[in-house]
Design a protein around this ligand. Structure first.
Ligand code: FMN
Length: 301
């Protein structure tokens, strides 16, 4: 059975999503990666970020917190704080393509500055008491950047390397470049995890690694992980109800809850191609009551 990691997705796969997914869809997920924690000069974690990693809000799951920073000391301080909550593995984000992040030479912005990246990794792997894995892209704009980058990673004791098999300039819809991944895999001194555009069982079967990371695939079809693993499908209605209830309890007012649920539906609707009219009603809903009527028309059918 393939091992499955759930990708960090800022604004989507927070603790409420993870908890509902674990409870109602699939209990065989190997690891959940948190959306990135972004430490600043004054604090390692905001209150919102702390709340997301509290062990009591993430029961029964193996969680790997992710950090986005170019400051090695802040990385280590934040990792130590996370260790106080019991976390032993921390993931470093080297893949975020957002312009504001990249312009500060963070996330995928670090991939273009190999000597800076080497100094940064030197400090982290010298001083961080946690085990550190990396999530990266292949480079910034050319595939030729991948090999030197990969060789740099090979100098360090990575817990594992997760590769979103795209360049920064590909963002989320450019071509995936699996050949780069497989060329490196045979020579890697650490395990490598494949990530990018796994949307079906066939896509997953085409991936040669024992472990894969799923992102948008489980937003479009929450059962995808069960289908890939060949286990009993989860309960979509229960998952949806739990999400709605937990967002309602945590957020103030109906509008932010509706916003979250509508964002989820922008992916989920792919599984219901005939529900154009109902989806329009979801998008236009102004109250939870209107929203629930539109959703039940889809889920009941
Ligand atoms: C809405 C959204 C938010 C994301 N947030 C993060 C993040 O916080 N950290 C990270 O490493 N990757 C983030 N990603 C990238 C995903 O983890 C993943 O690498 C990417 O979507 C490719 O995998 P997929 O094709 O299976 O979705 C995000 C992607 C999306 C769509």
């Amino acid at each position: 059975m393939k091992k499955i990691y759930i990708a960090p997705m800022e604004g989507v796969t927070g603790h409420i999503f993870r908890r509902a997914y674990h409870r109602h869809i699939n209990q065989e997920i190997e690891k959940y990666f948190t959306p990135f924690i972004s430490p600043n000069k004054n604090q390692c974690m905001s209150n919102r970020e702390k709340k997301d990693i509290l062990p009591e809000d993430n029961p029964g799951m193996r969680i790997v917190p992710q950090i986005l920073t170019k400051d090695a000391e802040r990385f280590v301080d934040t990792a130590k704080e996370l260790m106080n909550y019991g976390y032993k593995e921390i993931n470093l984000n080297l893949g975020c393509p957002s312009a504001t992040v990249v312009s500060k030479k963070k996330g995928a912005g670090m991939l273009g500055e190999l000597s800076m990246l080497e100094r940064f990794l030197d400090k982290i792997y010298d001083t961080c008491p946690a085990s550190v894995s990396i999530k990266t892209r292949l480079g910034i704009e050319r595939e030729e950047e991948w090999w030197p980058l990969f060789q740099l990673f090979c100098k360090f004791p990575l817990a594992e390397l997760i590769v979103h098999v795209r360049l920064l300039q590909d963002f989320y819809s450019g071509p995936v470049r699996p050949h780069c991944f497989y060329e490196a895999m045979s020579q890697a001194p650490f395990s490598m995890i494949y990530n990018g555009d796994i949307f079906s069982v066939e896509d997953a079967e085409g991936v040669e690694t024992e472990t894969i990371m799923l992102g948008r695939g489980i937003l479009r079809n929450p059962m995808l992980s069960c289908e890939i693993q060949g286990i009993k499908e989860g309960d979509l209605r229960g998952f949806h109800e739990q999400l709605l209830q937990d967002y309602r309890n945590e957020m103030s007012g109906e509008t932010p809850t509706l916003h979250k649920m509508k964002e989820l539906w922008s992916h989920l609707i792919t599984s219901f191609p005939d529900a154009t009219k109902e989806y329009k009603a979801i998008r236009k809903s102004k109250t939870i009551a209107e929203y629930e009527v539109a959703v039940s028309r889809i889920l009941d059918s």
